[in-house]
Design a protein around this ligand. Structure first.
Ligand code: AMP
Length: 217
């Protein structure tokens, strides 16, 4: 079983790299952000509750996100391994995750930290568009990551949209929250496990994939 967890600042490209790993390693990609955006798109009770705070870049409560994650990890497709993108996002969630792993008899696997400067992450955030139907992510600042047809999803032909949390003010909020809540996880995992640090600044997704593949082989 091969599990991979990503830790990264907002807009570092963890969704894009996760999608590549999903297809090349044939593992399910679990994005906690997508699980939440799904609730909002389907206008569930939870979706209505979290819509505004998520648009402001605030974290959803540990309790809500952990419950959604347990449900998703209990699906049988996760038994062969998975790529987890967006969880844990603070020390409390890391401890909660250890309990979940024990309960499901899963390994922690590889923890990958995607390192990027605040400036490049902001640029990526400002040029990101997503498919509201299938969740595919594109980046208009990079021809390799742009859709073939302008504003149309390559996978399902839906019109692409901007994420409600991809504006400068929200990015700064999200980055500050990342530094306060998520960044301490790097030290936590350095002390407890093998943390793989991948510098993604200025690199193409394929180059990043090759680096990860080599390191985790
Ligand atoms: P992402 O798609 O990973 O950029 O996440 C988008 C947003 O979803 C975040 O800014 C948070 O509001 C929320 N979110 C995703 N994962 C978590 C988590 N593990 N804990 C709390 N909030 C989360």
């Amino acid at each position: 079983m091969k599990n991979i967890i990503f830790i990264a600042p907002p807009a570092a490209g963890k969704g894009t790299i996760s999608e590549i790993l999903e297809h090349r390693f044939n593992l399910p990609h679990i994005s906690t952000g997508d699980l939440l955006r799904d609730e909002i798109a389907h206008m569930t009770k939870l979706g209505k509750e979290i819509k505004d705070s998520m648009a402001r870049g605030e974290f959803v409560s540990d309790e809500i996100i952990t419950k959604l994650l347990i449900k998703r990890l209990s699906n049988k497709d996760c038994k062969k391994g998975y790529i987890l993108d967006g969880y844990p996002r603070n020390i409390n969630q890391a401890k909660e995750y250890e309990r979940i792993l024990e309960e499901l008899s899963f390994d922690i696997g590889t923890i990958i930290y995607l390192k990027i400067s605040k400036e490049e992450a902001l640029l990526r955030s400002m040029s990101r568009v997503i498919c509201p139907k299938c969740g595919a992510t594109y980046n208009l600042s990079n021809t390799e990551l742009s859709p073939v047809r302008e504003n149309i999803c390559d996978h399902c032909d839906s019109s692409l949209v901007t994420r409600s949390d991809d504006n400068k003010e929200t990015f700064i909020n999200r980055f500050d929250t990342y530094m306060k809540e998520t960044y301490p996880l790097i030290k936590y995992y350095e002390d407890n496990n093998n943390l793989l640090v991948v510098d993604v600044e200025g690199k193409s997704p394929d180059a990043i994939f090759e680096e990860i593949k080599k390191a985790i082989k």
